[in-house]
Design a protein around this ligand. Structure first.
Ligand SMILES: [Zn+2]
Length: 297
């Protein structure tokens, strides 16, 4: 494997700033679906409870007067000692803690506080993406970012509100109802070009209903925030899809559709859950895809 390169990226007016919100634990088997443990444990060693270390990495697009955050992690800032939202048992099960980087600490590293965020884009409402977007203040669950507008796909909110049996453990009203109550949630309906300057949403229904991948482009450079469509650089390979995915074959079709241009036009793919890199560029490899170069941004 080539070494991970350290680079700084600026696309249009936006400084590209990773926002790690904390390593948590997900079942290794569930993260790799039908891929046998003997293959994935080489790169992702499991703990005694078979959990592998997963990052929950948001992305800050920082520009003068317009700070955009994509996804918010689990909300490790808001565990027991700060007031609980989903309970200590939940935090324990997923090993959610505030010992390492958190949303608050990572934004502070870029000189920003919760008040400085203008827009929060959620790929979907699963707890490890939307959890940090709301928090408990004075006994009430409220939007974490008091001045921000939030964005999610309309159909994803609908599915979160009436989750199917497989996703029931991932969608919680506490992660979206306070946004509706505060009237700060904008519902996007399908692919949305430039819904914010230079920023577009492309839809995938393989992982869950109406997940949005976020593309940032200035015509010269393009970066895609993959969310759970390609959660880590290991998942660039087409058959490596998660056991969590609702429609694995659809997801593979969607990966072919989105990884093709990514390989041909040298896009940066940004990974939400990879503990070992922020992003990568990919190449075609026969009828599959492979990582060409990993990056820390
Ligand atoms: Zn998800």
């Amino acid at each position: 494997m080539t070494t991970t390169q350290k680079i700084k990226l600026k696309i249009g007016d936006y400084e590209i700033c990773p926002v790690p919100t904390g390593i948590f634990g997900l079942d290794g088997g569930a993260m790799f679906g039908t891929v046998p443990r003997v293959l994935w444990e080489k790169t992702n060693p499991p703990d005694e409870r078979n959990r592998i270390a997963m990052e929950a990495r948001g992305l800050l697009l920082k520009s003068p007067g317009n700070n955009i955050l994509i996804d918010c992690g689990n909300g490790g800032d808001f565990i027991a000692k700060y007031g609980e939202k989903l309970g200590a048992k939940f935090n324990e099960m997923y090993n959610i803690n505030d010992e390492g980087p958190t949303l608050k600490k990572s934004l502070a590293a870029h000189g920003l506080s919760f008040e400085d965020i203008h827009h929060v884009v959620l790929t979907h409402l699963h707890f490890d993406h939307a959890g940090g977007g709301t928090c408990e203040r004075n006994g009430k669950i409220v939007p974490t970012f008091p001045r921000a507008k939030y964005y999610v796909q309309k159909k994803n909110l609908e599915t979160a509100s009436q989750p199917n049996l497989r996703e029931k453990a991932s969608y919680f009203p506490a992660n979206y109802q306070p946004l509706l109550d505060a009237k700060v949630l904008t519902l996007l309906d399908g692919p949305s070009e430039n819904f914010l300057p230079g920023i577009s949403a492309q839809i995938s229904n393989g992982h869950t209903e109406a997940h949005q991948m976020i593309r940032i482009s200035d015509g010269k450079q393009t970066l895609v925030y993959c969310g759970d469509v390609v959660p880590t650089s290991s998942h660039v390979r087409l058959a490596w899809v998660m056991g969590y995915d609702l429609h694995p074959m659809n997801l593979i079709e969607e990966k072919i559709k989105y990884l093709g241009p990514a390989a041909d036009q040298a896009w940066y793919l940004f990974f939400e859950h990879d503990p070992f890199c922020d992003a990568a560029q990919v190449v075609r490899q026969g009828s599959d895809f492979a990582v060409q170069q990993r990056f820390w941004l």
